[in-house]
Design a protein around this ligand. Structure first.
Ligand SMILES: Nc1nc2c(c(=O)[nH]1)N[C@H]1C(S)=C(S)[C@@H](COP(=O)(O)O)O[C@H]1N2
Ligand SMILES: [Mo]
Length: 445
């Protein structure tokens, strides 16, 4: 699409308001290829033919109309500078939707509007939120993090101290274990994708590897667990295996280059790449080294998976392979046949997304989507596929694969394998049906 608008701009400069249609006006195109050799010319022609084949015969741009082209914005100076930038409009910029339980203050979520965003990085103001008892006020001057329990030296870190340690950055997603959980239910939600699947966000996190601090404290090598809690009044405390902690866990201080936002855990949060949201403790307060898990409510009741046979699976930390189309999304209406770009996100808690296939005929055939490069470990991965809609009813879906050999299950196989008692870890293939009026809906088959 960008291709088309560039072409229009170039041509309009050379053809002085002549009405052109980029897809059909051969003359305007060739007169716009100035000093190239015949071979260049031919290469150019073949490339253009290939691009048009990708776009289909109908592209979306309107023919350039004659008339006054002086923009209104040329008539006055622009708006003033600001100390901190805001989105363009409070009315129609993408927003988080909030789903909160009014009977339990501070308990709830807000959703990243995945369907309204592009690329892979979530803007800080749109990172999803999950609080069990609201966002605590934390005074950075009084904040301290303690490391204690089975260690040689119990330690306390102020924020200033922590800033003196070596830091690393890594781009990774955080996903709530309960993301997409409405899809365990028999009727598919018709909300836009972000408000069904948007308890996942992706940021470049910067902070201190926790292994450095644990080395300084001197941990008992037989102590296999770390118990973490935060400064909020929620009582959230989780037990984490030491192996993962020493492998890649960070104390994150920055989120996309600026200090971690209050709602995401200011001044410091635990970042446990690829593992379910709950273990990424916010407003971090205490890290206790232990030889056994705490068996807190969050280790035993919440964030455990009720199996078909009625038993509970505990410590199911890793987030599975998942993908979904974010554009188009439920509630959209395709107003025209012809070219549309299918765009979506894939991610896995185990390695990298290696491949995403898209089907536009409900699974009869599949095409590899393009993956936006670079594909990063445990990170949101953007996929795109140009598509031409012929106006007939269709079903679109995506299926992802990762470097550890996992592939995304379809809904039937997920339900057969896991049963219907589950609440967390829903990762089945997502289907969108489009009817002949262009209306897009979520579908289960
Ligand atoms: N201290 C504390 N940490 C917490 C929580 C909380 O309520 N309190 N919620 C957890 C859950 S369930 C999730 S999914 C993530 C959400 O992180 P975010 O709000 O930055 O998206 O934080 C986790 N860390
Ligand atoms: Mo969560």
């Amino acid at each position: 699409m960008k291709l088309t608008s560039n072409r229009t701009r170039e041509n309009s400069a050379n053809t002085e308001g002549r009405s052109i249609h980029p897809a059909t006006d051969e003359a305007a195109e060739s007169s716009n290829v100035p000093v190239e050799s015949a071979a260049d010319d031919r290469r150019h022609f073949i490339k253009r033919a290939a691009r048009l084949a990708t776009l289909g015969t109908t592209v979306a741009a309107a023919p350039l109309a004659r008339g006054n082209t002086i923009p209104d914005s040329w008539q006055t100076p622009g708006a003033d500078f600001s100390n901190y930038g805001q989105p363009r409009s409070a009315i129609d910029s993408p927003i988080r939707w909030v789903s909160a339980d009014r009977s339990v203050p501070g308990d709830g979520v807000s959703w990243t509007p995945l369907h309204a965003l592009e690329g892979t990085i979530t803007p800080n103001g749109l990172h999803f939120e999950r609080h069990h008892n609201g966002v605590p006020f934390v005074d950075p001057a009084r904040w301290q993090l303690t490391i204690h329990g089975k260690v040689d030296r119990a330690l306390a870190f102020s924020l200033d101290t922590l800033h003196r340690y070596p830091m690393v950055s890594r781009t990774t997603f955080i996903e709530c274990g309960g993301n997409s959980n409405s899809l365990w239910h028999p009727n598919p939600s018709q909300a836009p994708s972000g408000y069904v699947h948007g308890l996942v966000s992706c940021s470049e996190w910067t902070g201190v590897p926790l292994s450095i601090l644990l080395d300084e404290a001197g941990i008992d090598i037989k102590a296999g667990w770390l118990i973490a809690d935060g400064y909020d009044a929620s009582g959230v405390a989780v037990s984490l295996p030491m192996k993962k902690i020493l492998d890649d866990t960070l104390i994150a201080l920055y989120q996309n280059g600026e200090p971690v936002r209050p709602e995401n855990g200011y001044p410091a949060r635990l970042l446990v790449p690829g593992w379910e949201g709950i273990v990424n403790i916010k407003w971090l307060r205490s890290l206790r080294v232990s030889d056994k898990p705490l068996m807190s409510r969050f280790d035993t009741v919440s964030y455990t998976d009720l199996q078909k046979d009625g038993s509970f699976e505990r410590f199911s930390f890793e987030m599975g392979i998942k993908s979904l189309i974010t554009s188009p999304t439920a509630g959209d209406k395709l107003s025209q046949r012809g070219f549309h770009q299918i765009s979506g996100l894939a991610w896995t808690g185990n390695g990298k997304v290696s491949r995403v296939e898209v089907s536009v005929d409900n699974g009869a055939s599949w095409t590899d989507a393009q993956l936006q490069q670079p594909v990063l470990d445990k990170s949101l991965t953007r996929f795109r596929l140009p598509w031409s809609w012929d106006g007939s009813p269709v079903k679109l879906k995506s299926r992802a694969y990762d470097s550890s050999g996992q592939s995304q299950p379809d809904r039937d196989s997920l339900l057969t394998e896991r049963g219907t008692n589950m609440y967390y870890h829903y990762n089945a293939v997502v289907i969108f049906s489009i009817n002949s009026d262009g209306l897009v809906r979520h579908a289960y088959s």
